[in-house]
Design a protein around this ligand. Sequence first.
Ligand SMILES: Nc1nc2c(c(=O)[nH]1)N[C@H]1C(S)=C(S)[C@@H](COP(=O)(O)OP(=O)(O)OC[C@H]3O[C@@H](n4cnc5c(N)ncnc54)[C@H](O)[C@@H]3O)O[C@H]1N2
Ligand code: MOO
Length: 429
Amino acid sequence: MRSHAEHAAVVAELVLPLLEDLALRAPELIPIDDRALSGRVAAHDIAAALALPPFDNSQMDGYAVRTADFTGAPPFALTVGPTAAAGDPPFMCPPGVACPVMTGAAVPFGADAVIPIEQADPPRFGRLHRPTGTPLPLASPEETVAFAEAPSAGAFVRAQGSDHRPGAPLLRAGTRLRPTSIGLLASAGISTVPVRLRPRVLLLSTGDEVTAPGEPLGPGRIYDANAPMLAAALREAGADVTTRRVADRPEALRACIEAAGTHDLLVTSGGISAGAFEVVRDAFGGDSDAAHSTGDISFTGIAMQPGGPQGAGSIVVDGRRLVTLCFPGNPVSSAISAELFLLPLLRAYAGAPAHGERSTAVLAHDADSPEHKHQVRRGRFLDDGTVALTPPSSHLLADLARAELLAHIPIGVAHLAAGSPIEIQRFDV
Ligand SMILES: Nc1nc2c(c(=O)[nH]1)N[C@H]1C(S)=C(S)[C@@H](COP(=O)(O)OP(=O)(O)OC[C@H]3O[C@@H](n4cnc5c(N)ncnc54)[C@H](O)[C@@H]3O)O[C@H]1N2
Ligand code: MOO
């Protein structure tokens, strides 16, 4: 029987080459303001096409001045010149003149400092005139403004290129685009962003009892929890997911895969344990008489609970190799299989934060575990910081959905007493 770590290595060996291949393919180009961009991954290094700010501009509403005009004793009186508002093209501020300037406006040529309006006398703007356009409420030529202190050169001027210069690296290949990185790229004049292709996952939920949402529930049947749950988890990890429900007939399963088009990865739920009708096992396990798909999948018992039965390998569909992972049908088992084996690989490809780091907490109560299996329990933090576990059964979806953490009880441990240290990891799938 494989350990869960050995199975994780088998899955990584199957999935990583396909992700590496995807990273090398021609990127998808997404417009900068497309809602689909956030969370995608830069396909290559992206450099700034222009400087930011693109021109010297004012950090304050105030007066643009020449520091050379501040000679002699205060107060320093200057003639009020034309006004610079944000969006105006820059103009010349002559010697002896203070030009009203608004935040974000280009600092007029010749001026080398800005004095905030609060530090001017009077501390408010008078009649302003703009250098171009009409109407022009002209300032009287005699209008003056006085300042008590001389500014230092560069005061309240946001220098061209002080954020970044043309050619500066903005985003490294493999970086996940977050809203702030999208803002940065937009400011640098980038209108479309090359992003890595997402892995396309075909997710098959198997079982005659499994019922689609919204359909009436017949006797002996249950609603499909796994397809919506796994699809959501895979999408959060950056995958492009197509979902299908398949009845317990191997030929229906194979036909469904062949009709589904091109995918990089096949994930199945259910139909792999020891029953008489194990559709996934029957479709792929040794029986290769299918018209187009042939299987090379090993179905293995893993020394873990839940998630004991697993399948991993690849099938060939229309001449194309499709990496295939088969998760057990119990909802808790399939969620934990995804969390331990597949999602960390997808999150790393998508540049998303990892969830798998382990830390040690204190167990709030006694707990039992099958000694020959690695048990993965679900739990929550209590107010005193200790960890309470929920029961181990793999049908307990309500506990799973409320869980804050997974707790690991290793092989060889049959009992943990209250107060024992226990290894945990974050869980918010
Ligand atoms: N004799 C044995 N029986 C079982 C063994 C075993 O070793 N020997 N293993 C048990 C373990 S552990 C697990 S886990 C399950 C795995 O079984 P399968 O992967 O074949 O899954 P199914 O039998 O199809 O389903 C198991 C369980 O989960 C429910 N289910 C399935 N799909 C969904 C879905 N999409 N949404 C909600 N619930 C689903 C299904 O109705 C079953 O109750 O096998 C044990 N048996
Ligand atoms: O190992 Mo199964 O996956 O308990 O529930």
